[in-house]
Write a protein that binds this ligand. Structure first.
Ligand code: SF4
Ligand code: SF4
Length: 278
C-alpha cells in the first residue's frame, strides 16, 4: 500500500488556503532555500543515531536500522533537530492513506478542507493522489502548497482531484532562483501558467528578503506575469522572518512596512487586483 512520509499534521490552520484547514506536512524537499524556516523538513533521516543518544527524554531508539520515535514521551524540545546535520528529524512517520484519513475525519466538523504542504509535497505525488481521492469521498476540499518544481501538467489524475494550488515563485530571475533554492524556476513558471489556464491557481507567493534578493524586480515581473494570466489571482508577499532560519546561510532582516507598501503599490500598479502582505 502506498505510504507517505509525514512530518506532522496540523489540525487547524487559517493561513494555508481558504477557511479552516487541516494541513499535512510531508517530509523531503528538492529545494534547499537559503531562507527555509523549517530546514528539518528538507532531508531524509539516514539513521545515523546521533540524536538517539542525545534525546534528553529517551524517546528515540533504533529498531531494525531505522530510528523509531516514541511520540507519547516527546517533549518537543527540538534537541534532535539542532543536532541533525542532514536537515532532517527523527519524527517523520510513514503513514497510509487510511491512517491520515482517520486523523482528518476527527477534525471533519471543524474544517472546510485539507492542504498538503511540505517539504515539497509533490515529490510524493502517488500518495497525494490517493489521499485526495479519499478526502473527496469524505466531502472536503483539497489544496496543494507547492514550490512548483514538478511538472503538474503531467499529473492529470492529481490535478483532477485537486481543488486549487498555492505556488511559490521565489525569484523571477533564473540565476537568482538557482542561488536561492539550488534549482531552476522554468518549471515553476510553466506550472503557474498551466494552473491559471485550468482555473486551479489560488495564489502565488514571494518572500521579500531585504538586501539579499532583487525584490523590486521580482515583484514587478511576477505581478506582470499574474496579470497576463488572470489579474484576480491572489499575489501574497511574505515578509522574510529570521525565526528558524539557518542564519549561517543568510544575513537579512524583516522588511519594514514602508518597503512592503512600495511593493504592494508596484504590483497593484501593474494591474494585480488582489495583493496581500503577511
Ligand atoms: S534525524 Fe538526523 S541525527 Fe537523527 S538519526 Fe536521523 S539523520 Fe541522524
Ligand atoms: S524533540 Fe527530539 S530530542 Fe526532544 S524529546 Fe522529542 S525526540 Fe527527544
Amino acid at each position: 500500500m502506498c505510504k507517505g512520509l509525514v512530518n506532522r499534521i496540523l489540525p487547524f490552520s487559517s493561513v494555508d488556503g481558504p477557511g479552516n484547514r487541516t494541513v499535512i506536512f510531508l517530509q523531503g524537499c528538492n529545494f534547499n532555500c537559503l531562507y527555509c524556516h523549517n530546514p528539518e523538513t528538507i532531508g531524509k533521516c539516514r539513521a545515523c543515531g546521533k540524536c538517539v543518544s542525545l534525546c534528553p527524554y529517551d524517546t528515540l531508539s533504533i529498531v531494525a536500522g531505522q530510528v523509531k520515535w516514541h511520540e507519547e514521551g516527546c517533549k518537543y524540545c527540538d534537541r534532535c533537530l539542532e543536532i541533525c546535520t542532514e536537515n532532517s528529524s527523527p519524527r517523520p512517520v510513514k503513514m497510509t492513506v487510511d491512517e491520515v484519513a482517520e486523523k482528518i475525519l476527527a477534525f471533519k466538523s471543524f474544517i472546510s478542507g485539507i492542504t498538503i504542504s511540505g517539504g515539497e509535497c509533490t515529490l510524493q505525488c502517488g500518495f497525494i493522489t490517493s489521499l485526495f481521492k479519499r478526502v473527496k469521498e469524505i466531502g472536503l476540499t483539497t489544496f496543494l502548497d507547492t514550490n512548483g518544481s514538478i511538472a503538474l501538467w503531467q499529473e492529470s489524475e492529481l490535478i483532477s482531484l485537486m481543488d486549487m494550488a498555492m505556488v511559490d515563485l521565489k525569484s523571477y530571475d533564473p540565476k537568482e532562483h538557482r542561488v536561492l533554492t539550488c534549482m531552476d524556476n522554468e518549471v515553476v513558471i510553466e506550472n503557474i501558467k498551466y494552473l491559471a489556464k485550468v482555473n486551479k491557481l489560488y495564489e502565488v507567493r514571494t518572500v521579500i528578503v531585504p538586501e539579499t534578493l532583487n525584490n523590486y524586480y521580482n515583484v514587478d515581473m511576477i505581478s506582470k506575469l499574474i496579470v497576463s494570466l488572470n489579474s484576480s489571482i491572489r499575489y501574497k508577499l511574505i515578509r522574510y522572518r529570521p525565526k528558524g532560519v539557518r542564519l549561517e546561510l543568510i544575513d537579512s532582516y524583516i522588511p519594514r512596512d514602508e518597503m512592503m507598501n512600495e511593493l504592494v503599490k508596484l504590483a497593484a500598479g501593474n494591474g494585480c487586483e488582489n495583493v496581500i502582505v503577511v
